[in-house]
Design a protein around this ligand. Structure first.
Ligand SMILES: [Zn+2]
Ligand SMILES: [Zn+2]
Length: 348
């Protein structure tokens, strides 16, 4: 089969690899679409240490079942499916209480990090365990289905924020995850959603996707503007960047007793104003991947309550992958999600 192989850091090439064979409990997927994730771009040059070559990356995918391994009864060849990016064991204490994202034996598709190497979906075929699959509605195009992972991440973050309706929320960062988090906050019933970023183009997109107000600011300037707009701060801040100035602004912009959900983590370490967190009784809540949000994500995209189409910058054949990685790595402005199509399928 044809696959996009990271043969060495910053070198992607089309390679002819053996088609994988599904083990018992596994399913062979004919990949129709796979999105390029920010983590793939960060892994590409070796800076994250999680894409040690040689590796086929790709974990935001959808396609059809080609073959099933022994013991698989719930899925059949031809079924349109997507799958979780996390392969969880289903047996450890975390899995048993529904926190599959925290699984003790967690592996991510398309990652090689020293502890494991798991081939991903920038290939014509990929094998995954049956337990991580979800069926897709017939009407959902595969390239939109490739966005389900990111939508699930946003839904999980908003769930952990504890909002139950009526809150004022601030989303910091209007990239891919920030724009989905904005929409997820709306779905969760937040009555007012503000979005902050330094990029005016992204903020225009935020407005078109339902932001009540956008703030072109960062750091102390952002905090000032949020306090001006809200009086006492946002009830909930969803931080989708993860740098010193954005985390500081998040903590400065939340109301007393409020929650800051930490989604982004570009910087591995930041300092926090401890006294402000303690004396204002703030809750800092980390969030990782998703656990069980896929069915809700499928429903919300299908019903149009969450829009993913405006976030897809390009859909391109797999062999154009190296060029798109270059452009994403170069930080081309305005480029959001790029979806590669190992098997181009007719849009239903
Ligand atoms: Zn991803
Ligand atoms: Zn587990």
């Amino acid at each position: 089969m044809q696959a996009l192989l990271l043969s060495e850091y910053k070198r992607l090439e089309m390679a002819d690899l053996a088609e994988p064979v599904p083990e018992p409990g596994e399913v062979l997927i004919r990949v129709a679409a796979c999105g390029i994730c920010g983590s793939d771009v960060h892994g590409y040059d070796g800076s994250s240490g999680r894409r040690i070559p040689p590796i086929v990356m790709g974990h935001e995918a959808a396609g059809t079942v080609a073959r099933v391994g022994a013991g698989v009864t719930a899925y059949h060849p031809g079924d349109r499916v997507t799958f979780d990016s996390t392969i969880y064991c289903g047996q450890c204490p975390f899995c048993l209480r529904g926190e599959m994202n925290l699984c003790d034996r967690r592996e991510v598709l398309g990652v090689s990090c020293g502890e494991y190497r798991r081939a991903g979906a920038f290939a014509e075929f990929v094998t995954v365990p049956e337990r991580i699959l979800y069926c897709l509605p017939d009407a959902m195009p595969f390239e939109e289905a490739a966005m389900l992972e990111a939508v699930s991440v946003a839904l999980h973050a908003v769930k952990l924020s504890g909002v139950h309706g009526g809150e004022t929320a601030l989303v910091i960062g209007a990239g891919m995850i920030g724009l989905l988090t904005l929409q997820a906050a709306r779905v969760a019933g937040c009555k007012r959603v503000l979005v902050a970023d330094v990029d005016a183009t992204r903020l225009r997109l935020a407005e078109s996707l339902g932001a009540d107000e956008v703030l072109q600011a960062s750091g102390d300037d952002l905090t000032r503007k949020v306090l001006q707009a809200t009086g006492s701060g946002a009830d909930v801040v969803l931080e989708a960047v993860g740098r010193q100035e954005t985390v500081s602004a998040a903590i400065g912009s939340v109301a007393k007793g409020g929650t800051v959900v930490l989604i982004g983590n570009i910087s591995p370490t930041v300092t926090i104003p401890l006294q402000a967190v303690v004396s204002r009784q703030l809750r800092l809540q980390g969030t990782a991947a998703s656990s069980g949000e896929y069915p809700q994500a499928i429903e919300l995209i299908s019903s149009g309550k969450i829009q993913v189409k405006p976030l897809i910058s390009a859909v391109a054949p797999l062999d154009e992958g190296p060029r798109w990685f270059e452009r994403l790595y170069g930080g081309e402005p305005g480029l959001m999600k790029v979806v590669l199509t190992p098997h181009a399928e007719a849009v239903p």
